[in-house]
Design a protein around this ligand. Structure first.
Ligand SMILES: Cc1ncc(COP(=O)(O)O)c(C=O)c1O
Length: 357
């Protein structure tokens, strides 16, 4: 705290990202990255954008990221006016909270969800109310059919991995015609059904996706929102009042290549899904309760072993998973689905730890 800080800065509670340790030979299953790396076409596109002598970097990038927006629009059968892009979906979400969710009535989101949402509410002064998940950690649409200033949640939810069926999302949209409903689909490509097909029917629907997970580009920071052009216009106004060039030249070129390489995308997401199912079986056999997941992570607890202690013991074996201190989920661990070998190493380590106590 310093006399030089602007008013309100001392009251902010910043988001705490998952650890990015520099240790070598680590099995890193804590921040839901994709173990397979991006499409080879992405690397080629970056080389091409860089040019022979990196001279291209002296010029500003396209402020509207038109080629990237067009690739997204084409994939979803939409128009460029239906697409907003940002520096990771975190930035897209920041624009959403500022541009679409700040109203007199509180917005609604689940009690257990992506922990950046309360941070944005604090930053932008957005009123909010949390809605408890059911006892089985599911979103109950009926709980969201009440006056609100907007609704946001991830589908599949994080960190639970549980998915809400698209019929239920439609019921939510139809029941909230006066509110923006934001579906954060960071993990949708690992087995859920995107709500993008409902955009033409519901002008209050905004779908947010990222290239960090299913397209393995967490390091380049690429995210987007799709929805009715009036919603997108609000996001563009906020973006152009803050940073005209959130996506650099290399990221834009990579984004186009990643979206266009459907074959690689399908192959790698299938591999993650297969490993998730195998990991679920092995952890269940070890006595863990594993919530049904449609994401690239599983959320697990053991009836006889403390989650924080298990996380610490795994860390001693160079395996990092995520533990949240939130009371309701303090006995859970969130485990990213790694390569098959990493998943086997994790379940072997847990097997040894459980046997040893
Ligand atoms: C639910 C959810 N939304 C959004 C994000 C942000 O992803 P990115 O900023 O990498 O696009 C994450 C990251 O873990 C997430 O879990």
């Amino acid at each position: 705290m310093s006399q030089f800080w602007s008013a309100g800065v001392a009251d902010l509670t910043p988001y705490v990202p998952g650890e990015q340790p520099q240790m070598q030979r680590l099995i890193k299953l804590n921040t839901n990255e994709n173990p397979y790396g991006p499409s080879p076409r992405v690397v080629a596109a970056i080389r091409e954008a860089l040019g022979a002598d990196a001279d291209a970097l002296k010029l500003y990038p396209d402020p509207d990221a038109r080629r990237f927006k067009q690739a997204i629009a084409t994939r979803f059968g939409l128009d460029v006016a239906n697409v907003h892009v940002g520096n990771g979906s975190d930035e897209v979400l920041a624009n959403v909270f500022q541009g679409l969710l700040k109203h007199d009535k509180p917005i609604l989101y689940p009690d257990i969800t992506y922990s950046f949402y309360p941070v944005y509410c604090g930053l932008y002064g957005v009123a909010f109310e949390t809605v408890p998940l059911t006892d089985t950690f599911e979103i109950a649409v009926d709980d969201y059919l009440k006056p609100n200033g907007g609704i946001i949640f991830p589908n599949p939810n994080a960190p639970t991995g549980r998915v809400l069926a698209s019929g239920e999302i439609e019921r939510l949209l139809a029941g909230n015609p006066g509110s923006v409903v934001v579906i954060d689909e960071a993990y949708i490509d690992f087995g859920g059904e995107t709500a993008a097909g409902l955009i033409a029917k519901y002008p209050n629907l905004l779908v947010v996706q990222t290239l960090s997970k299913s397209r393995s580009l967490a390091g380049l920071r690429l995210g987007f929102a799709i929805g009715h052009k009036d919603l997108i216009e609000a996001l563009e106004r906020v973006k152009n009042s803050f940073n005209s060039y959130p996506l650099d030249r290399l990221a834009q070129a990579a984004g186009v290549a990643a979206i266009e390489d459907e074959a690689y995308f399908d192959e790698t997401r299938r591999a993650v899904i297969e490993s998730r199912e195998a990991l679920t079986s092995r952890l269940t056999a070890l006595g863990f309760e594993v919530l049904p997941s449609k994401a690239n992570f599983v959320f697990v607890r053991h009836p006889a072993h403390d989650a924080a202690q298990l996380a610490a013991a795994l860390r001693e074996r160079s395996i990092i998973v995520r533990h949240f201190k939130h009371a309701r989920i303090a006995q859970f661990l969130r485990v990213t689905v790694g390569t098959e070998a990493e998943c086997v190493a994790l379940s072997d380590a847990l097997s040894a730890l459980l046997g040893a106590t």
